[in-house]
Design a protein around this ligand. Structure first.
Ligand SMILES: Nc1ncnc2c1ncn2[C@@H]1O[C@H](COP(=O)(O)OP(=O)(O)OP(=O)(O)O)[C@@H](O)[C@H]1O
Ligand SMILES: [Mg+2]
Length: 299
């Protein structure tokens, strides 16, 4: 079964899609069968970044039942024989507001895709779709730039993902599900309190679920002046969310990135010697090592 990796961010435009396509290509070159799935519902554009300007089939065909298996949507790409893409939805209101049952069918179907690695590019923000697609993966990558609003949005995203992960775990156990799930939470501590009051082992189960949630961070658009205080962010997350954040890679601000986007070719192929491409290759290799070292963390 494929290893599923999700790529998300709190704020839009921070580089999720360019990072997803480049990591997918790096892994394909390392002999992995890779599928890049664009689940940015309403803002799909990953296909453009790999030169597929008019995909013959998109996720909309799956949601409308014209195609029953996600694997049949995964289309080969000229840039590498080991890389296929599932292009995101066309722009319809119905797909942007995907029903719960459609989302369930989509998530279920992911497990039948023939691949070693599936990379999911997810829409920005903390909507339920983004959180659920993020959490369905075995490994979670979060992208941020040094922009303070991006870091704040990243913190918010990870906190809400952690809360949703704990809640869905309780719903799966079917214990205190309703009491827990039908409330609104603004902090992880609140969830832990309710979990603890409802069931004797509730709090410790919730705590260990949080501890096991260890998203990896990719910082993008780093420059001499623009950096992120990673130790402080880690401390905040540890204190208020519970899990550890690993820094997986840092991608520099680099004009080659934009040039590659304009050429519809991932930068690792377009300008392999550029600082961004070198950093992306390194990040992809670190990710591959992580996949073999760490147990899967699907929610
Ligand atoms: N390291 C970088 N250096 C320079 N420009 C970059 C870098 N990373 C991304 N960009 C620019 O930012 C643009 C937006 O990136 P991208 O589309 O991947 O963001 P996104 O997070 O997927 O956005 P959205 O939330 O809209 O899906 C790219 O087209 C590229 O021009
Ligand atoms: Mg994107």
């Amino acid at each position: 079964m494929a290893c599923v990796i999700s790529v998300a961010s709190g704020k839009g435009g921070v580089g999720k899609s360019v990072i997803s396509v480049n990591l997918a290509l790096v892994m394909a070159r390392k002999e992995k069968q890779v599928v890049l799935a664009d689940l940015d519902v309403g803002g799909a554009d990953a296909h453009v970044l790999v030169g597929l300007l008019n995909p013959p089939l998109t996720l909309t065909d799956f949601l409308n039942h014209r195609i029953e298996r996600l694997d049949d949507l995964a289309q080969g790409l000229p840039i590498h024989p080991n890389l296929r893409i599932i292009p995101g939805t066309g722009d319809t209101l119905a797909t942007a507001n995907m029903a719960y049952s459609q989302k369930k069918r989509l998530i279920r179907n992911f497990r039948d895709i023939r691949a070693d690695v599936i990379i999911i590019d997810i829409g920005a923000g903390t909507g339920y779709h983004a959180l659920d697609f993020f959490l369905m993966a075995d490994h979670h990558l979060a992208v941020a730039t040094p922009d303070p609003t991006s870091v704040l949005d990243l913190y918010r995203f990870i906190k809400l993902a952690a809360i949703r992960r704990v809640l869905s775990m309780f719903v799966m156990r079917d214990v205190m599900a309703e009491r827990l799930a039908n409330r609104d939470y603004s902090s992880v501590e609140e969830v832990l309190d309710v979990a603890g009051k409802t069931d004797e082992s509730g709090r410790s189960i919730a705590e260990s679920t949080l501890k096991a949630f260890q998203p990896a961070l990719i910082l993008n658009r780093i420059s001499g002046r623009a950096r992120v205080n990673v130790p402080q962010l880690k401390k905040l997350l540890k204190e208020y969310v519970g899990g550890d954040l690993t820094l997986l890679g840092e991608i520099p601000e680099d004009p080659a990135m934009e040039q590659a986007v304009r050429a519809y070719i991932p930068v690792v192929q377009h300008t392999p010697s550029s600082p961004a491409a070198v950093a992306l290759v390194k990040t992809g290799e670190t990710l591959l090592q992580l996949l073999t070292a760490l147990p899967a963390q699907a929610a």
